[in-house]
Design a protein around this ligand. Structure first.
Ligand SMILES: [Zn+2]
Length: 109
């Protein structure tokens, strides 16, 4: 089986095609992704449904956890503490989905 390689965009060393960081110069590789995730879409999905962005990213367990946390917060809204919790989880969910999509994209290069 032939080993698939690419060239580092920084130092032009021949490296493994799946490499995210060049072992020679330590620079992160950028390039065209095969099945990239749209970080904007991931964030928008989480904006409307907490956890949906994570599920879109393929992090189903995480998405479900975010959703459950959101539901618990909804119940806790009857006692004041639920309100800031709800906002925190909601915002965390959006940012997490966005960052996760970016991370997935970086790994796919
Ligand atoms: Zn390099």
């Amino acid at each position: 089986m032939e080993k698939e390689t690419k060239y580092c965009h920084n130092c032009s060393t021949e490296i493994d095609k799946r490499a995210v960081i060049c072992p020679s110069c330590g620079v992160q590789q950028v390039g065209v992704t095969l099945s990239s995730k749209n970080e904007g879409l991931a964030a928008v999905l989480s904006f409307f449904i907490t956890g949906a962005g994570q599920i879109y990213n393929g992090r189903i367990g995480k998405g479900i956890l975010f959703f459950i946390a959101m539901v618990i917060s909804w119940f806790l809204c009857s006692i004041v503490i639920g309100v800031p919790m709800l906002i925190i989880i909601w915002i965390c969910g959006i940012f997490d989905a966005y960052n996760e999509a970016k991370k997935i994209n970086a790994q796919l290069i």
